[in-house]
Write a protein that binds this ligand. Sequence first.
Ligand code: GLY
Length: 431
Amino acid sequence: MKKKNVFARGLFFSVSCLFLLSCNTSPKSVVDINKQFAFAAQQTEGLLKNLCDTALQFPLSINSDGNLKTVGIYNWTSGFFPGNLWYIYEYTQDPKWKEEALKWTHKLEPIQYFTRHHDIGFMMYCSYGNAYRITGNEAYKDILVNSAKSLCTRYYPDAGIIRSWNYRKSRKGYDWHCPVIIDNMMNIELLFFASKVTGDDYYKNIAISHAKKTIQNQLRDDFSSYHLVNYDTITGIATGKGTWQGYADNSTWSRGQAWGIYGYTLTYRETKDPEFLDVARKMADFFINHPNLPEDKIPYWDFNAGEEGYVPDFVYDTNIYPVPPRDVSAAAVTCSALLELSTFLGEDGKKYYQTAEKMLQSMTSPTYMANKGENGNFMLKHFVGSLPAQATAKRNEPGKGEVDNPCVYADYYYMEALLRYKRLLEGKTVI
Ligand code: GLY
């Protein structure tokens, strides 16, 4: 009798285990994250072979001859390569990646005092921000706070905005004395960080003022975005609205919309002000519900390129671009943002999460993912830097606008999205 009981219990346990295994409810990844980070490491090893350890040159893309295109430390993209190294280290935990990440991050130390454009947020938060998050080194905190102070020198208190670029003339000949671009919503993450670590709301208040002013002037009623708004720095009145990298003044440049979705999502994370969540969501809705968004969810570089009612800001040659090129970076940025946005919306978050999954699948497919050793050793293909820059470039400036190229920051946001996705699958918070 006793023996029979033991046998029955054993049988019950085995059947239960089998049952539990067969109905394992933990969500399944739609992409092979491990494989993608192994590939990221392989490609980045290839990139490092073409770079000089001691030179202050950072990879951006490839030139028209297929050779690596690098930029100096003052270029707005310089922080992304160190960021990529940190993401590979974060996933692999291989100390060799930490060593590289430290080396490339430290090259940017002088940037903490840089005030000539607004992109110090991108440059320092993607490099030193990740370095601080991952290593906890207090010296990095001070460098980041100095960087935030530098960004704040561009704030005009009477107007309530942070000036993006210094004076420039528009292609139509307008004077832009205080141009603000939607991209600037990304730089304010550095300011929220500075307030958190110093306990001083000065930085955060500037970030909030900038975010509110941007809602007032940079967004249209349908929550699409102008790329650029020019301000009067004394009255704060928007004196002009247009584009620099998009198709037309009234069009929606895809990456600009992506920066907005990401920027308002992070602003909600940092403030918990429902107005910012509402804006993030509506900007995301514009993007994901747009009739011109292709089935694979990788947008054309501008939502309105070639459409009636939109007059291009430059000569747009439909023989060269019979179909508008895609911009995979706009998808990568949006994908990472949607994953975070989905966590703030309960059941309603599902559609943003599912769209992000679809984007991850598309980006990971051979259409967008390079083969080993190709694509200048970057990961993603089909990025657009600035189509107007390419279209208006002189003959001796080939590849100026990086149209249909790879790009360091498309890879950055792709890897960030993979890491965020992995955390969500493991039941953790997104960051
Ligand atoms: N922030 C510049 C760009 O997105 O091209």
